[in-house]
Ligand binder design. Structure first.
Ligand code: HEC
Length: 139
């Protein structure tokens, strides 16, 4: 009982490696991309109610689930394409209905970063459910 230090040190070392290496989620947007900040904000603030693979977020009703789902299940942005202005509107007003989603979860520049990110990454289809790619040229 005099030398507990070796295992303890080993544990500390492993913890440090974990914190440095694998602590982060798997946001698909590259670190240097201009939309990276928006992806991280989405992951932090919106992931509870919305899904989007690129932001490692799964808050919408699971795909293929035929149950009615939770009241807070917001649209799945793998499937739903949203434009920058729509996102800014939804953020300011709390979704389109104003009933469930809280307004102004992000504001100012942060709101714009999230909007730019969604404008670019929403509607691409998820890895498990590829939607048809021919919808890009719709107005
Ligand atoms: C508490 C759950 C909740 C959170 C958190 C949340 N949302 Fe929502 N959101 C919803 C729900 C539910 C709807 C659908 C009902 C509505 O539009 O009012 C919605 C609708 C939307 C819409 C409209 C999409 C469409 O096409 O109908 C957008 C855009 C949106 N949210 C973006 C965001 C962003 C960006 C964030 C983070 C800053 C966020 N939401 C955080 C629940 C949430």
């Amino acid at each position: 009982m005099k030398r507990p230090s070796a295992p303890v040190l080993l544990c500390l070392g492993l913890l440090a490696a974990l914190a440095a290496g694998c602590g982060k989620g798997e946001i698909a947007v590259p670190e240097q991309a201009s939309t990276r900040q928006g992806a991280e904000l989405f992951y932090e603030r919106c992931a509870g109610c919305h899904s989007l693979d690129a932001a490692n977020s799964f808050g919408s009703k699971p795909e293929g689930d035929i149950q009615p789902g939770e009241r807070t299940n917001g649209p799945n942005f793998n499937v739903r394409k949203v434009k920058r202005e729509d996102v800014l509107f939804a953020i300011r007003n709390g979704g389109f209905s104003g009933a469930i989603m809280p307004a102004n979860i992000v504001t100012g520049t942060q709101a714009e970063e999230v909007a730019d990110f969604l404008d670019k990454y929403s509607g691409k289809g998820s890895s498990e459910n590829q939607t048809n790619p021919g919808t890009e040229n719709q107005p």
